[in-house]
Design a protein around this ligand. Structure first.
Ligand code: ADP
Length: 181
């Protein structure tokens, strides 16, 4: 699924984000930038040790924030490491932190002249954020960013790891677009 907002395309697809041919792919990292399982492990494995070397130099990243490194051996030139919230019950600022993580990535991308960026579904794996709620936050943040900034990014793609997740994001995007019209 794909929609166009001004000069930017938002697209949703199922796939493995490590294979994406974008200027930058986003990693769902942890605060210590220490690598781990899920998409984080897959990115470091596919991208090689150069990415971890840069993460070690940067040291850490607070939840809601993002940092940028090389893409190493990946097709993507950069990896943007974003730290989402660990989901407790929805009353611990999870929504704001998740939104801030996406917004940090978008700002960082624009400041580096990145035109195409691929996101995974941050926080919905090991960090336990319910996917439907997370998809609304992710997509709303992207739509608001484009409304308020407009220029720079040509393609923002969400790469979902399962058909179920893709369907959830598709449903949420339809709902948000309908509510804006
Ligand atoms: P978090 O700790 O932020 O929850 P996870 O990596 O555990 O991060 O999960 C985030 C999402 O990334 C989950 O939906 C998971 O299925 C998905 N995921 C795992 N590996 C990949 C991959 N190679 N490409 C895209 N998405 C992936």
């Amino acid at each position: 699924m794909e929609i166009h907002i001004n000069h930017t395309t938002i697209s949703l697809k199922r796939g493995d984000i490590t294979k994406e041919d974008a200027d930058a792919i986003v990693n769902a990292a942890n605060s210590r930038l220490a690598g781990g399982g899920g998409v984080d492990g897959a990115i470091h494995k596919a991208g090689g040790p150069e990415i971890m070397d840069e993460c070690n130099k940067i040291g850490k990243c607070e939840p809601g924030n993002a940092v940028i490194t090389t893409g190493g051996m990946l097709k993507a030139r950069y990896v943007i490491h974003a730290v989402g919230p660990v989901y407790k019950d929805g009353n611990h600022n999870e929504e704001n932190i998740l939104s801030a993580a996406y917004e940090s990535c978008l700002r960082l991308a624009v400041s580096r002249g990145i035109e195409t960026i691929a996101f995974p579904s941050i926080s919905t794996g090991a960090y336990g954020y319910p996917t439907e709620a997370a998809s609304i936050v992710a997509l709303k943040t992207v739509l608001n960013h484009l409304k308020n900034n407009g220029h720079g990014l040509k393609l923002i793609r969400f790469v979902l790891f399962s058909d179920v997740d893709l369907e959830i994001y598709r449903h949420s995007l339809n709902k948000l677009v309908a509510s804006q019209n």
